[in-house]
Design a protein around this ligand. Sequence first.
Ligand code: LLP
Length: 415
Amino acid sequence: MNGFHFKNNRWHSDGVPLSKIAEKVGTPAYVYSLPAFEDRFKEIDQAYKTVPHLMAYSIKTNDNLSVMSALSKLGSGTDVVSGGELFKARKAGVPANKIIFAGVGKTDEDIAYALKEGIRYFNVESIPEIVAINAVAKKIKKIAPIAIRFNPNIDALTHHYISTGKKENKFGVFLGDLDKVMKTVRESHSVRWTGVHAHIGSQMTQTGSVGKAAKVVEQIVLKLRREGFPIYDVNLGGGYGIDYQGEKPPKASQYAKQVIPVIKRLNAGLLLEPGRFISGNSGVLLTRVVYVKQSGKKTFYIVDAGMGDLIRPALYEAYHRIAPAEGPQKPVQTVDVVGPICESTDFFAKNRKLPTAKRGDLLVIFSAGAYGSVMGSTYNSRPLAPEVVTRGKRFAVARRRQTWQDLIRLEKISR
Ligand code: LLP
């Protein structure tokens, strides 16, 4: 069985009891099931098998080298948003021609690096960026392949902090600027425009917005082709939601039903940038209870992981399931699960009914494979947690725990 399951009174990642991992590597620690990542990748890949497509796994969700390498072996490409992500993807063995580069603030250095590596294309987010890419490409005597990201002004019906396709969001080019974009590209002889991109938001739990975005993109592609631009690549981004607390998100095949007809009508190649769908429920965060604190009527489980390890609850009031790694699972008391960091937002659950826990008990925080470790920080000088991967009955430390020495490695005392 792949992923996380409760067997013989203990939670496991694949065939490995999570308590065994915690004993070996300590806590807090991230644990990833590599087969779970692979299964989720295959689910989307299969859903789109009737059209030419490339899955560019969005590594902003989880850029662990072992994870990227496993997905790359299945044929995955990568969606990157910084020079650092591009560097890591290449180190994990992702071929440059399967890498696309998005983000609103690419620097000249990022652009030159990506051109030298020979990436598939840039997802361009503004007119000044077209000008910059053209200038850099000209200087280093390259032709830069580009897709333009448009802002289709569609509500992804998700948390407002992770909605990206509405006109007030900073992402993509305003649709009304299409003529200006065409003019700019015509004047830019070192870019080659081959694709149109739209990504409207993350953690979507219905398919309608994806269908709407596909139709807007279809109209843009048809217009551009009429204007003489040989647009082939249609990139519909990521955003497929996962189950955090019983949302019942659509299956990949249900999204595909909205998209495939458009791709077939256009006779285009599809590119997708799924992140959370692949990584979200393929990882957990392990943490131990340091104290059970009674404060008036409130009970706090103070744990050894904090918002520096998993910031989603603090940032979006995100819900993550929590369970003891072993023993009775029946919720019996209402508690707050909080971290050791000096901030009131340092919590994992508020007023949550959980099983009784005592000092030293191991807890599992679920759905932590996406936007977990990657958003980690060393706030309060707390070293970054290690990342462990499992497959079958084996587990391995894929990234070791940071040490206190690591914390001071970049510093020197100046007077
Ligand atoms: N493509 C683009 C252009 C994106 O901006 C994103 C995510 C993705 C793909 C991947 O989206 P996914 O399939 O994972 O939904 N930190 C927030 C989510 C931020 C989303 C950023 N963009 C969270 O923890 O919920």
